[in-house]
Design a protein around this ligand. Sequence first.
Ligand code: SF4
Ligand code: SF4
Length: 283
Amino acid sequence: MMKITVASGKGGTGKTTIATNLAYLAAQNGRKVAYIDCDVEEPNGHLFLKPLIASSKLIGRLHPRVDEDRCTHCGPCGEICQYSAIVCVGEKVLVHPELCHACGGCVLVCQPGAITEVLRDCGTLEAGNAGEVRFVHGVLNIGEAMSTPLVQQVKAAAPEADLVIIDSPPGTSCPVIESVRGADLVLLVTEPTPFGLHDLTLAVGMVRALKLSLGVVVNRAGSGDNRTREYCQREGIEILSEIPDDRHIAEAYSRGLLAAETVPAFRTALEPLLARFSEDDAS
Ligand code: SF4
Ligand code: SF4
């Protein structure tokens, strides 16, 4: 099985366009493909792949519950919590479940045994099929601050496939690190602009720190300058595909269509990537 994570240093670079179309094309080429949308705060791969959802389940996370009858308002729970998820204020202990990292520290330090851990829903995991593509995504509850635990669950739910394409959240924060962890190849999607290059350098730093293979996909090639190409050359990073700046691709996106179905130039631009996946799989 080959695992590809499609990521980007910032949102709006076309990451999901690349991930969904790659999944679609690879399946058309006869590969057994799974598309896993780990961008749980804003999952939108389903808008393009249009899966039939066959299963849906709530995902829970642990957080502390305080028994007021046992609580002596002594305070160590709030002192150990690094995330201000539990705070002792005078005669009250306030719990903010959405900030809790479920480390269990407050339970350990509560001498009177006033704290128990209870489960709380943080999001939903859905799975199904989009034609030949096996589909999984997670949807984080609105207001939930912690997305990494749901990303872990979404990854763990990946069905059996010989090519798994993971659509990562944008940026370089914890949920992104969780999304790229274990990937055989990380595709960093960028635009050839100064802002795009800045965010690309951050993303490259993250992937290299994790010691993972990486390649770059330049989206809207021809719309900016040459600095992204120069940077990749200097750093010895392979540009695996350059997607032309074509308004038909943007139109397909805005209509919720897979550009690979309607824009031949887009499909052609992705072919080297698909060939690369087949080569890497064979090696
Ligand atoms: S450590 Fe336990 S007993 Fe002390 S304030 Fe916190 S919940 Fe209450
Ligand atoms: S489990 Fe950890 S993160 Fe959550 S409230 Fe307790 S100390 Fe804070």
